[in-house]
Design a protein around this ligand. Structure first.
Ligand SMILES: C[S@@+](CC[C@H](N)C(=O)[O-])C[C@H]1O[C@@H](n2cnc3c(N)ncnc32)[C@H](O)[C@@H]1O
Length: 647
């Protein structure tokens, strides 16, 4: 078996190239390393995806260099056309694929080429244990290539927060920006034609992106610009570094991408992150990548539609008002875009999950054997801190809906000794019928009810196996300190069950990936690096299997919010940070010891440093000179009132 946090990544060419695919790959490598993963990268020579002899030999050599039993992730461009090379290694290695978009979806292929790529890629994917794709759209496309959905995980790219675009200086006309390598798929030719139809309006435009990926096509685009007499207005800027690209975004008024197809379209999200209005197409995953409030989408390849949309966005006052409206939408959407840290956690989870899935999509024997147990004493220690830390304002909208709908039935999942019952019951109107589910009979036996005592049924059950039955009959499904333990697939099932029952969901105190131990306001450790080491190791540990498959860990709250929203729920995700100070000594001691153990398990080679850090913390607790913050989130998700079945 492989080390659980080791990855061998095989990519065509260098990760320094500036294409969406390589930027995604490089970002994920950085994120995994930050989480404590060992990542070994193999750069292949030769031509991809239409592999030549050098490419074939290079892939074979890279696979042969990977140690037996290791987890390998191969970029889809590098393996899609070489199924026999992949098949030859699949008994020895755990092979996963990373597909940015199916090879046959590339623009400009003949029908025969498409068929050939499809057949080759289908054969290559069939021998992989799992496939990571970069959009839900591509996840669906995998089905067309014969891959069962259990073998596919969509891990969407993150977005880097950026400063708001300021537009061009002075009285200059609106500045348009299009970012992407000048290849047929990106539709620059369509954009040039559309721009030539709005030549009477004021604008200038920059095409930023490589001119060397497909030099013939780039030359044809340049010729077209000249033919349409637009050389003074359209700049083919070529590839540029981050600073120059940043300056382009900053001085733009409108982002335009005329792509025929995108496997995701990261540049669109980058534009939204800068508060830029977007004009693009509905090609491939683009509608998934851009928030509707920030974008106008037209059909791909439709010059006249694109020209009309440009005219509407560039004509006088109404054009600037429309741009301002979309820009405001982008600014509202920008803070909600997931960052690369969140994407990196989802990526790690997908790797762990997929390598515990057989080639038929079923779990390997042994996966999920893990049982997470919690001591009653520990739960008792955290209860007062949990209660005082909760986002209390969430109970108001919940209480209002509870009353309005005449609800009474609550399922508390992973109830422990009933902390959540004791917090929530006094805040909701009676009558209340609680079903408390936990797999630990000792904790269930210790459940103590609040006064007045609601009707309580205790159910011993494994949530991973059958515990969701209780949720099916509930008006409110709740849990505390649970979500970070569960896996993506379990969470999806939970959301489905809640939606099916039109039930509200309230999950409190999900760990959010950050804690800090300070002595007299100074973080403990050598320049905080020991604290950072412990934090990173604990966060990696959080992603292990807690009985539900690879745990969502720190990403759970945000992911749950996303899934409930997608299911049509109104959601609130608010911080419920623990703030410990002298007086909370026992809990602080227990926390430090728990972190020490988890971090040392994760990073045995750094156990000495981790022990040193923990010892400093324990001394500070003894002296009463400490403070601890542990970030959590509380999630409330309410179904749309019109979908709720009356009680
Ligand atoms: C961190 S404790 C929280 C307990 C309680 N909700 C609280 O806030 O004090 C997590 C709880 O989930 C339960 N649990 C974990 N995995 C479970 C599973 N697969 N099935 C049922 N219960 C589970 C544990 O026994 C434990 O009581």
């Amino acid at each position: 078996m492989s080390d659980s946090f080791e990855l061998h990544l095989i990519v065509p060419g260098s990760l320094a190239r500036r294409t969406g695919g390589t930027i995604y790959d490089a970002r994920m490598v950085a994120q995994l390393r930050q989480q404590g993963w060992q990542v070994v990268i193999y750069n292949l020579d030769g031509r991809f995806p239409d592999a030549d002899a050098t490419a074939r030999e290079s892939l074979g050599r890279a696979l042969a260099a990977v140690p037996t039993g290791a987890r390998v992730l191969i970029d889809g461009l590098a393996m899609g056309a070489l199924p026999d090379v992949v098949r030859a290694a699949c008994d020895r290695l755990q092979i996963l694929a990373l597909v940015h978009h199916p090879l046959a979806d590339e623009t400009g292929l003949s029908a025969a080429e498409r068929q050939r790529f499809s057949a080759l890629e289908r054969a290559a994917l069939a021998v992989c244990e799992g496939i990571i794709v970069t959009s839900e759209f591509t996840a669906l496309r995998m089905r067309a290539l014969g891959v069962t959905s259990g073998k596919v995980r969509a891990v969407l790219p993150g977005t880097e927060p950026a400063r708001w675009a300021a537009g061009p200086e002075g009285d200059r006309p609106p500045q348009l920006l299009s970012v992407g390598a000048v290849t047929p798929r990106k539709g620059h030719d369509v954009l040039v034609e559309a721009l030539s139809r709005v030549r009477q309006l004021p604008w200038s435009c920059a095409f930023v992106g490589s001119l060397s990926h497909d030099p013939d096509h780039a030359a044809a685009v340049r010729d077209l610009v000249a033919e349409r007499d637009l050389e003074a207005r359209i700049e083919l800027a070529g590839d540029c570094d981050d600073d120059v690209l940043d300056a382009h975004y900053h001085s733009s008024s409108l982002f335009v991408l005329a792509s025929h197809y995108e496997g995701f379209g990261m540049v669109l999200r980058e534009a939204v992150a800068r508060g830029l209005p977007v004009l693009s197409t509905s090609g491939g995953a683009i509608p998934e990548a851009v928030p509707t409030e920030a974008a106008v989408l037209v059909r791909p390849g439709e010059v006249q539609e694109l020209a009309e949309a440009l005219a509407a966005l560039l004509s006088g006052r109404s054009g600037s008002a429309r741009r301002a409206e979309l820009a405001a939408g982008a600014r509202r959407a920008a803070p909600r875009l997931p960052g690369w840290d969140q994407a990196g956690r989802a990526f790690a989870e997908a790797l762990l999950e997929l390598s515990s899935v057989g080639t038929d999509g079923s779990p390997h024997p042994g996966a999920g054997d893990h049982v997470e147990s919690f001591a009653a004493d520990w739960l008792a220690l955290r209860e007062p801190v949990d209660h005082r830390s909760r986002a209390h304002e969430l109970t108001a909208p919940l209480r209002a809906m509870w009353r309005q709908q005449g609800w009474s039935r609550i399922a508390d999942l992973g109830c422990g000794t009933g902390s959540n019952l004791r917090y929530l019951s006094p805040r909701l109107a009676s009558p209340q019928e609680w079903t408390l589910v936990d797999h630990d009979p000792e904790l269930l036996a210790r459940v103590a009810c609040p006064d007045p005592e609601p009707q309580v049924t205790r159910v011993r059950g494994d949530l991973a196996e059958h515990g969701l039955a209780a949720a099916e009959a509930a008006h409110l499904v709740t849990g505390s300190a649970l979500l970070d333990l569960v896996s993506e697939s379990w969470l999806c099932r939970l959301v489905d069950v809640c939606r099916g029952a039109s039930a509200a969901a309230y999950f409190a105190l999900s760990y959010d990936g950050e804690f800090r131990f300070s002595i007299a306001d100074q973080s403990v450790g050598d320049g905080d690096s020991d604290g950072a080491l412990v934090l990173a190791a604990v966060n990696s540990h959080q992603l292990g299997d807690k009985g539900f498959g690879a745990a969502l860990g720190p990403g759970a709250g945000r992911r749950a919010e996303q899934l409930f929203r997608r299911a049509g729920y109104r959601t609130w995700l608010l911080p419920s940070c623990w703030r410990l100070a002298p007086g909370d000594d026992d809990l602080a001691r227990g926390l430090v010891e728990g972190w020490r153990q988890a971090a040392s398990e994760q990073r045995p080679a750094s156990a000495g440093r981790i022990d040193g850090w923990a010892e400093c913390c324990q001394i500070a607790i003894e002296r009463g000179e400490f403070s601890v913050t542990v970030r959590h989130t509380d999630l409330l998700a309410l179904p749309a009132a019109e979908t709720v079945r009356r009680a």
